[in-house]
Design a protein around this ligand. Structure first.
Ligand code: SF4
Length: 469
């Protein structure tokens, strides 16, 4: 019988997630000409700038209303208005995202009213300001990301005549993954609006002059016309319906919604292309079919090595789900699936997938809203030898000797987190190679020592004593 476990504790040690507004910042980075302001203390903004910058290796500008003791007691309205004005003067943004922190939400700031007053006072009626409540205690960065994408959609989408551009709403994936999705859609000659597109803003080419707001991102005009699209594909099956931007477009404007998993792994990627074909009537081109064939070939090649893998997979729910499927398809046994998010949907989705593989079903643990002290304990109990997830999991290597395949966010102890490719047939094969090669590296690093231990075991202390006599 499959075991499921959930961590209900009052404390968290080495959390498996970042805090909620951080996800909101990333979502706003995918909107053309946008600037984000955090209503809260300076420290929150500093931590988030640093974390995002370490992963994406880009300068990250995030404004802060710098709430201090006075603002906390008497309200932060003056700070927020001054912050908004400074952002307008320094950056001339086309849109501002205001995200709240724990402090602003705890003192009960009425952000909607304050930003509306600001626009009136400064005569900026046309400036879109999107407010998103994102207290750190309200959820993980993944939840912050989805809340923000939904608010952006709800704030900018307008009744529009029908057109042929497909909506593609993505979870928080690497910049390379976004570029790959765009390449695949172009190969299929499909017109699309991808939301949010931070592939250039968070992974910009080298430039001689510094741009305060990097170019790129989904344009406000494109978001405004999303209600006229023939359909929305939302790569977010673990997302609760209440925060789904695609569900919003379906409910408010009748745009048909297809909720799919990330196209990682053969089955998920097949589903992605079949859905594109179903919506647009376009054939899957030869080039993509050849990429699929190469993935199948690679799966045969690596399968014989993967059976040794007993994996812990952790990170954002969407990534955990797709990486688990990839492991199941390729002979790696997923032992522990863990996320710092509170979504309950992933438990149910993973349980359904695991049911199809009876040999792993019996000995699997799913952890939500968890941290690395719990993950580490479970790894010890279940003999895990491979970790797949973000850099916070390096603690598993340092303390338990479990090799880590870096996947997701943040990757701060290696370069190139923004360039890790995992989606589509090509991306899947690259990801699978990384997993298999990690297992092989482990094998070749340790097999002589293990063989020696097996065939020439060291004598026990008692035997040593006997020999000494
Ligand atoms: S948890 Fe709250 S206080 Fe801490 S960084 Fe996040 S928003 Fe700021």
């Amino acid at each position: 019988m499959k075991k499921q476990s959930r961590s209900f504790r009052n404390v968290s040690e080495n959390p498996c997630n970042m805090c909620m507004p951080l996800g909101g910042i990333i979502a706003f980075k995918g909107i053309q000409g946008s600037m984000t302001l955090l209503h809260g203390s300076q420290g929150c903004a500093t931590y988030m700038r640093r974390t995002i910058s370490e992963h994406y290796s880009e300068p990250i500008d995030v404004a802060s209303s710098s709430l201090n003791e006075k603002g906390t007691v008497f309200g932060g309205e003056a700070n927020l208005k001054k912050g908004l004005e400074n952002v307008c003067l320094l950056y001339q943004p086309r849109i501002i995202g205001v995200l709240t922190t724990c402090l602003a939400e705890t003192i009960g700031e009425d952000i909607q009213r304050i930003t509306a007053d600001y626009k009136l006072e400064k005569q900026r009626p046309e400036l879109p300001i999107i407010n998103v409540p994102t207290p750190g205690y309200g959820g993980s960065h993944s939840e912050g990301y989805w809340h923000t994408v939904k608010k952006i959609t709800a704030g900018l989408a307008k009744e529009t005549p029908k057109h042929s551009k497909l909506n593609l709403i993505i979870p928080h994936i690497s910049a390379a993954d976004i570029r790959e999705l765009k390449r695949l859609l172009r190969l299929m000659t499909i017109e699309f609006t991808l939301l949010p597109d931070y592939s250039d803003t968070l992974d910009a080419p080298y430039a001689e002059t510094y741009q305060k707001i990097p170019s790129g991102g989904t344009s406000i005009e494109d978001i405004a016309t999303m209600p006229g699209a023939p359909a929305t594909i939302e790569l977010g099956i673990t997302v609760e319906e209440g925060v789904s931007p695609g569900k919003y477009l379906e409910n408010e404007f009748g745009v048909p919604l297809y909720r799919l998993p990330l196209p990682v792994g053969i089955e998920n990627t097949n589903l992605f292309f079949h859905t594109l074909k179903e919506i647009t009537g376009k054939e899957i081109p030869e080039e993509i079919q050849r990429e699929r064939g190469r993935l199948l070939d690679g799966m045969f090649d690596s399968h014989k090595h993967n059976f040794q893998g007993k994996a812990v997979i952790f990170g954002e729910p969407e990534q955990v789900f797709s990486a688990t499927k990839l492991c199941l398809e390729n002979g790696v046994t997923p032992k522990i699936m863990a996320t710092g998010s509170r979504t309950r949907k992933i438990d149910q989705l993973l349980a359904e997938e695991l049911k199809k593989f009876e040999h792993v079903d019996q000995e699997t643990v799913i952890l939500s809203d968890t941290d690395f002290s719990i993950i580490m304990e479970k790894c010890r109990q279940m003999g895990v030898n491979l970790a797949i997830g973000h850099s916070e999991g390096k603690i598993l290597t340092e303390r338990e000797g479990i090799s880590l395949v870096r996947y997701g966010f943040p990757v701060h102890d290696r370069v190139g987190g923004q360039r890790l490719l995992s989606v589509g047939y090509q991306g899947t094969l690259i990801f699978l190679d990384r997993i298999t090669n990690t297992l092989l590296e482990n094998k070749y690093k340790n097999y002589r020592a293990r063989m020696f231990e097996k065939y020439y075991p060291l004598p026990s202390p008692a035997e040593c004593e006997l020999k000494a006599r």
